[in-house]
Design a protein. Structure first.
Length: 343
């Protein structure tokens, strides 16, 4: 609930409005995970809240820490038994958390581990916030950046995503700057257009992976539903409405989308959009046979973009020793729970 909604809820319980403010602060600033912790609320109110309200607490079931760079992967379980993963990364400019927006994913991108078991369900705004809150609390780090780039398609969970963004950036809450938040999408056109009109100052990242319609379709089934010209037009609309440059994500797959013609097309597309390009050498997953180009090929692909005036970076790899790629940790956990079989 937003603060005004919470105020309405609390006053309907017969309590004074200032109790809502206290409760909101416990949840969104002090990051309490139970009503018991809220010691300046009367015991009777705490008991009533515990009886009728749900804090959507995320319980950490596994925390892995990379020996290479300190990156941490968290596996959280929600009350219905679903597990999702989130990542904490340390950068020189601060700490960034990558959160999941759904348990599983319905989009079916060919190289992605999150989608193999399909979509189980979308996460609520509270469950998305919980990932940030629990990580800040457990790690003791101040989280400055949030990226919605974990499992799931955020624009397939639109209303909860928007509520999450409102609460995350609320000045009465954790107050993370909207400019430090990125939402990544596979290209759901109506969602991009709608988000543009919310006028958040967040960054939109589009998972492009090929600037050629036919090739993109082979990697991403959603491309058949929303063709490239339409997706790129929606990105231009996003830029026009918000003034925020779009980022293009491009997972490099050896022998598939890493050739000179691919680079030329990508440079043209990025140039027209004034977009930044983020290159990600594909993370091989067990279930698929994709491999990544070698280091030199990645650098030369990047140089081709830079020569054409495109701002392009290669994503720094983090936590490679702790199931780096999307959905891998959750899958290995599920496979252990099932005695090694993934149904
Ligand atoms: N559904 C959203 C966000 C989740 S995925 C989206 O599609 O953007 C976050 C990013 O990781 C996307 O760009 C996705 O295509 C990419 N990704 C997923 N699996 C990957 C893998 N095995 N290797 C490299 N990038 C991957």
């Amino acid at each position: 609930m937003t603060l005004p909604q919470l105020t309405e809820y609390i006053t309907a319980m017969g309590e004074k409005p200032y109790r809502a403010k206290q409760l909101y602060e416990w949840m969104h600033v002090r990051l309490a995970s139970s009503f018991d912790e809220m010691t300046n609320l009367p015991a009777g109110l705490r008991a009533r809240l515990a009886g009728e309200a749900d804090l959507a607490a995320a319980v950490p079931v596994r925390i892995l820490t990379s020996k290479i760079d300190g990156t941490q992967k968290y596996l959280f379980r929600f009350s219905d038994g679903n597990v999702i993963e989130s990542v904490l990364m340390h950068y020189h400019h601060g700490c960034s958390v990558c959160i999941s927006s759904q348990a599983g994913c319905a989009m079916g991108c060919k190289f992605c581990a999150s989608t193999i078991g399909g979509k189980i369900r979308s996460l609520s705004a509270a469950e998305m916030l919980e990932q940030v809150y629990r990580i800040q609390k457990l790690s003791g780090e101040r989280i400055s950046n949030v990226v919605v780039m974990g499992s799931g398609e955020p624009l397939d969970n639109y209303d909860h995503l928007v509520r999450f963004l409102e609460l995350l950036t609320d000045e009465n809450g954790l107050h993370i700057s909207a400019r430090s938040v990125t939402v990544s999408t596979c290209g759901i056109v109506p969602g991009i257009r709608k988000l543009a009109q919310e006028h958040f100052q967040i960054t939109l990242a589009l998972s492009l992976h090929s600037a050629d319609q036919e090739k993109r379709e082979r990697l991403m089934p959603i491309a058949k539903r929303y063709a490239l010209p339409e997706v790129l037009e929606a990105c231009r609309f996003y830029f026009a409405c918000t003034g925020r440059r779009v980022t293009l994500e491009y997972s490099l797959v050896h022998g598939f989308n890493d050739g000179q013609e691919d680079a030329r097309l990508l440079a043209k597309t990025a140039g027209e959009l004034h977009a930044h390009v983020n290159l990600i050498p594909v993370n091989p997953i067990e279930e698929r046979s994709f491999s990544r180009p070698d280091y030199r090929a990645v650098q030369s692909f990047r140089e081709q973009l830079v020569r054409k005036g495109v701002n392009a970076t290669v994503r720094r790899e983090m936590g490679t020793d702790i199931s780096g790629a999307c959905g891998q940790l959750r899958r290995s956990y599920q496979s252990e729970e099932n005695g090694g079989c993934i149904s």
